[in-house]
Design a protein. Structure first.
Length: 195
């Protein structure tokens, strides 16, 4: 079983965005309720005045929840063209706010964005530390990472301390919470990019 998972992960990584296009194509219309408690915690940490950059936005399910909560959603960015197309369909009034881009090269629009949200994203990125390092110092970043394994996870964080250890060199973690996502732990952090 372990060899099969390693082989699947190699295939996923070698396919790049095509893998995610395939996965989102299979999940069209998927219900994302398992993430609602996590997203609700994040949305409670964001004031209505703060502009949100949702990096790794997937098919726009968090954006849809942010819209219902009356939040200022500035931009949603994802690597997958299929996910971006689904996000535009899910939240048509915000369609122009969704962009297909690679997070390793994308630059957030600083004058409008007050907070970066990255839920269940960093574990998929080979260059997660480089992505975080390019945010301007003082950028507020709300992120979550999983404690459980999936085929496309490059890394997992069995404990909250594992995640803190990985990211504390770049981020000043101001608040943390453990959140259940589908009966598995996810670690949630409200942080600021260090000076």
């Amino acid at each position: 079983m372990k060899i099969k998972l390693i082989r699947e992960r190699r295939v996923a990584l070698s396919m790049g965005s095509a893998w995610y296009d395939h996965c989102y194509g299979l999940k069209k219309g998927r219900n994302y309720e398992k993430y609602h408690p996590l997203w609700d915690t994040i949305l409670n940490w964001i004031t209505p005045q703060e502009g949100i950059a949702d990096l790794g936005c997937g098919p726009g399910a968090f954006a849809e929840r942010a819209k219902k909560a009356g939040k200022r959603y500035i931009v949603g960015v994802d690597y997958s063209e299929v996910a971006i197309r689904q996000a535009k369909e899910r939240v048509p009034k915000w369609a122009k706010r969704f962009i297909c881009a690679d997070l390793s090269t994308y630059t957030i629009p600083r004058r409008k964005v007050d907070v970066v949200v990255m839920t269940e994203v960093l574990e998929h990125l080979p260059d997660d530390l480089s992505v975080l390092a390019k945010f301007p110092k003082g950028t507020r970043i709300l992120l979550s990472v999983p404690a459980s394994y999936a085929v496309t996870h490059i890394r997992i964080f069995p404990t909250m301390d594992d995640a803190i250890q990985r990211y504390s060199g770049l981020l000043c973690i101001q608040k943390s919470a453990a959140q259940k996502v589908n009966m598995e732990n996810a670690w949630l952090f409200d942080s600021v990019r260090k000076d």
